[in-house]
Design a protein around this ligand. Structure first.
Ligand code: TXA
Ligand code: MG
Length: 318
């Protein structure tokens, strides 16, 4: 029997045994376990080969459960939650005492969100605990946007993947924390900074490096296919410079005719940034499976979700 299934009751059964499952959300698939099960949390870290300094996101089904997870919630956080939950926004808040330091990697803050996916919400409603879930990919690789991607990564390391179809956003949640009640961006994601700023005012961007203890997840190399990736502003020149290589090409909306390009993926023929974000990770995973020497990706306009796409491609190319 395939481990990919629509059966929510089976997902519950596996979770109640302190096991982890592949779990659909609107952003990317997660590797999910009971936040109160030490065994499940340990498994998440070991299956993903994730370093213990990198904390997990807690997934809830209702804002009424938030006070059990976090305290001293800034007013702006409440406003953002009202506007964007359920949805692809993660808030970093002061943690409640009973939240294990394994989930928070010993920090006194916890990351939390309500995913906007009918299967995820229905599952979360039926279980008596929230789910901790990082993206369901091995450390540093491209996040999965389908149940098949999760299987491709973990095969039989997990016993169950709840199938929720292809992810609607296709890029991870935007992460916002607070310093002196002022919003700080920890990760570009599926909610644009522009729409956050409409609610929260000016958002500062947290220092982007690997040694900042406040931002353990801001790895310079991340979202990386195995194949070398070049991010470019001048697609024709980069193709020409690499004309003796077998090239896989990712563009926003243009079709490029070139004999060096073995395979091209256009992320959105309609020039729509949301559609491009939805297709980005699947394109990287697909090209990575082909017999090519390199992936060349076009830099996106630095606005709205174009910034989130550029963030992922920059780290993929690092
Ligand atoms: O869209 C998403 O957010 C997906 C789906 C499954 O919900 N999850 C996801 O999780 O992307 P993950 O673990 O791949 O990325 C979570 C990021 C990590 O970079 C982690 O370092 C950061 O959130 N994070 C979690 N808790 C934090 C905290 N207390 N302080 C700072 N960063 C935190
Ligand atoms: Mg991840």
């Amino acid at each position: 029997m395939s481990i990919i299934s629509n059966d929510i009751n089976k997902a519950i059964e596996v979770l109640l045994q302190d096991e982890v499952i592949g779990f659909p959300t609107e952003t990317v698939y997660g590797l999910a376990g009971n936040i109160f099960s030490e065994k499940a949390i340990d498994k998440i870290y070991s299956i993903k080969k994730r370093p213990s300094f990198n904390p997990l996101i807690v997934h809830l089904h209702s804002v009424h459960k938030l006070s059990a997870i976090a305290k001293n919630i800034p007013d702006i956080a409440t406003e953002l939650a009202k506007k964007f939950w359920p949805g692809p926004l993660t808030l970093i808040l002061e943690k409640q005492e009973n939240i294990s330091c394994k989930i928070t990697a010993n920090k006194n803050t916890v990351a939390v969100r309500i995913p906007n996916h009918p299967k995820a919400l229905s599952l979360l409603q039926k279980i008596p605990f929230p789910l901790a879930a990082p993206s369901a990919n091995p450390f540093k690789s491209v996040s999965p946007t389908s149940a098949q991607h999760v299987y491709h990564y973990f095969k039989n390391d997990i016993s169950f993947i709840l199938d929720g179809g292809n992810c609607e956003s296709g890029i991870e949640s935007t992460i916002i924390g607070f310093k002196n009640e002022k919003p700080l961006l920890y990760r570009h994601g599926a909610v644009s900074i522009e729409s956050i700023e409409k609610i929260a005012g000016k958002v500062s961007i947290i220092t982007n490096n690997e040694t900042n203890p406040d931002a353990p997840g801001m790895l310079l190399k991340h979202y990386s296919p195995k194949t070398k990736l070049i991010l470019t502003e001048n697609i024709f020149e980069t193709i020409e410079n690499n004309r003796h290589q077998k090239i896989g090409l990712i563009t926003f909306y243009k079709e490029i005719i070139s004999s060096s390009v073995q395979h091209q993926i256009i992320l959105s023929k309609n020039k729509n940034l949301e559609e491009a974000a939805r297709n980005l990770f699947a394109a990287l995973i697909e090209l990575d499976e082909m017999n090519i020497d390199m992936i060349i990706a076009e830099r996106f306009p630095e606005e709205s979700l174009g910034r989130s796409i550029n963030d992922r491609l920059t780290r993929a190319a690092f």
